[in-house]
Design a protein around this ligand. Structure first.
Ligand SMILES: NC(=O)c1ccc[n+]([C@@H]2O[C@H](COP(=O)([O-])OP(=O)(O)OC[C@H]3O[C@@H](n4cnc5c(N)ncnc54)[C@H](OP(=O)(O)O)[C@@H]3O)[C@@H](O)[C@H]2O)c1
Length: 240
């Protein structure tokens, strides 16, 4: 069995040898999947499900931009959106372009390019239906202009940013900016997400690039690696 939402709303944290888990937040383990692989992808894939389908209302054939497409959440967004029949354009560091393409991105742009907005406009000539920025830059001043009529920006990171919102370009085109956080997901939404997580893992559609296994006694070390930015592309798996 697995659970993805410990440590929020008064529930016990995940860095414990034993924890009490509410039964409606407990899901069957996908048979045959390596737990060390699965545990790295449960949270990103569940987050991506909520972002794309619950809050982003993604439809097949739409164009999705995933800024930060090689990250944990970004890779899951790319894989799920492409599998759902969307055309995915990712932004990433150049060395991560192949990883994004293997996950299903049709086009990958260097996020450091000074003319990124123009490149995105060329890559999405019909406009962007859904824009997700996992890097949390939230550059709405130019992102809103890239959207198609009824295009959506789903905001999921960058809590301290204070972007400029071009209001006319937003409401005159039925566009929307929607925020969400997984900790507010209902148990029904989490169960839907869990079903997709299990199917995605069983099909081998998502996987971490590198796993760093550490014992429970090294949780402090893991937090240190994270804070110093030394985990790029690697996922820590804490073993009891
Ligand atoms: N709302 C929710 O419910 C929810 C749930 C889960 C996670 N999150 C949030 O989602 C965010 C992403 O998490 P993560 O684990 O996926 O992080 P991550 O693995 O570090 O991914 C971030 C990615 O963004 C890229 N990046 C950095 N600067 C960029 C820029 N200016 N433009 C485009 N891409 C850029 C990074 O590429 P380089 O390494 O090449 O720089 C990296 O691949 C975090 O802030 C996390 O808190 C939110």
């Amino acid at each position: 069995m697995w659970c993805n939402s410990l440590g929020y709303g008064g529930r016990q944290g995940s860095a414990a040898e034993q924890a009490v888990v509410p039964v409606d937040r407990l899901y069957r383990w996908p048979g045959g999947v390596d737990p060390a692989i699965a545990v790295t992808m449960l949270h990103p894939v569940a987050t991506a499900y909520l972002a794309l389908f619950v809050h982003g209302r993604l439809r097949p054939g739409e164009t999705v931009v995933v800024a930060g497409g090689a990250g944990n959440v970004g890779a899951a967004l790319v894989a799920l959106a492409a599998t759902a029949g969307a055309r995915v354009v990712a932004t990433a560091s150049p060395g991560d372009a192949d990883f994004c393409r293997r996950n299903g991105a049709a086009d990958v742009l260097d996020y450091r390019a000074p003319d990124l907005a123009e490149r995105l406009r060329s890559a999405c000539p019909e406009g962007v239906d859904l824009y997700l920025d996992t890097a949390g830059r939230n550059e709405l001043a130019w992102t809103i202009d890239l959207l198609a009529v009824r295009g959506r920006v789903v905001v999921l990171a960058g809590g301290d940013t204070r972007p400029v919102l071009p209001v006319g370009a937003l409401y005159r085109n039925d566009r929307a900016v929607i925020g969400f956080v997984i900790s507010h997901a209902t148990t029904a939404e989490l169960a839907e997400a869990a079903a997709l997580v299990n199917r995605t893992l069983a099909a081998g559609r998502v996987a971490p690039r590198e796993v760093l296994p550490l014992p429970l006694s090294a949780v402090g070390e893991a937090h240190g690696l994270l804070e110093r930015g030394e985990l790029r592309g690697r996922r820590v798996v804490i073993r009891p």
